[in-house]
Design a protein around this ligand. Structure first.
Ligand code: NAP
Length: 254
């Protein structure tokens, strides 16, 4: 299938490792021009070099703390000067702390809502103007399976991502007539640094996988493939959807 996104300008956030990195690599493999960002200069430049080497695509790494609006604007300006405006945004950020309703500080709540709701909402707002002007755009938010089935120990994630989903679903209907689609992918348990940190007490992947019908963790590129399809011209009539990629973990009907 020709996904029809060769030379599109892509920004994948939080892409020095994990799901963001895998999405950037997959999109680069489709011939997109890919900007990636994270907070750490060495990690992001290493990731950019690795994607360039394996795909031959044009890939640029940017240092940007996504909760800093000035840093985001400056990165967007640099991308625009290099390649033109962003056609495809994969909005992603590091995940919030684990914890229960009575164990989290105000500062932790604030950080989670800033990072996993406000910064992601603002990142979309910042690319919508040019997408509207071009009459085409794709926004894919990486959220979590916790949107469908809240995870007990992750009340911050459950709350911030539910809010973001409300925003994204509403946005999708407001921009659909301009050729812009807005979708969400909901990872289950994929083999990344974040998952290793959260489950540091459960080092055995077989144990982590015991409730997953496929009896294994997802690989980051299994989420990246879905993101890439959603970002493509072939997903032209698909918007406002929350797509779970979890090896069957969520047992609900919808
Ligand atoms: N993996 C899963 O199974 C899973 C399941 C459900 C939800 N999720 C969610 O999906 C998202 C990605 O997960 P992941 O597993 O890929 O996490 P990860 O392996 O920890 O990667 C997070 C990435 O985001 C970057 N980052 C973190 N904070 C940032 C900030 N403020 N500004 C810019 N970049 C930042 C990190 O790079 P630097 O450290 O270099 O900044 C890294 O590249 C997270 O929100 C996570 O909670 C993951």
């Amino acid at each position: 299938m020709d996904l029809g996104i060769k030379n599109k300008v892509v920004l994948v956030q939080g892409a020095s490792s994990g799901l963001g990195y895998a999405a950037a690599k997959e999109l680069a493999g489709e011939g997109c021009q890919v900007a990636i960002c994270s907070r750490d200069e060495q990690r992001i430049q290493r990731a950019a070099e690795s994607i360039r080497r394996s795909t031959g695509a044009s890939v640029q790494g940017y240092v940007c703390d996504l909760v800093d609006p000035v840093a985001r604007q400056s990165m967007l300006g640099e991308i625009e000067r290099k390649w033109g405006s962003v056609d495809i945004l994969v909005a992603n950020n590091g995940g919030p702390s684990a914890g229960f309703y009575d164990s989290l500080s105000e500062a932790q709540w604030d950080k989670a809502l800033q990072g996993n709701l406000i910064a992601m909402k603002d990142s979309a707002q910042e690319v919508l103007g040019s997408m509207r002007a071009n009459g085409w755009g794709r926004i894919v938010f990486i959220t979590s399976v916790s949107v469908k089935q809240p995870i007990d120990s992750l009340i911050l994630s459950n709350t911030a991502r539910a809010g973001l989903t409300g925003y994204a679903k509403t946005l999708s209907s407001q921009v659909a007539e301009h050729g812009i689609t807005v979708n969400m992918v909901l990872p289950g348990i994929h083999d990344t640094e974040r998952v290793k940190e959260l489950h540091s007490d459960l080092a055995d992947p077989a144990f982590m996988a015991k409730d997953i019908p496929m009896k294994r963790l997802g690989q980051p590129d299994e989420l990246a493939a879905v993101i890439t399809f959603l970002a493509s011209t072939r997903a032209s009539y698909l918007t406002g959807q929350s797509i779970v990629v979890d090896g069957g973990l969520v047992r609900g009907l919808f």
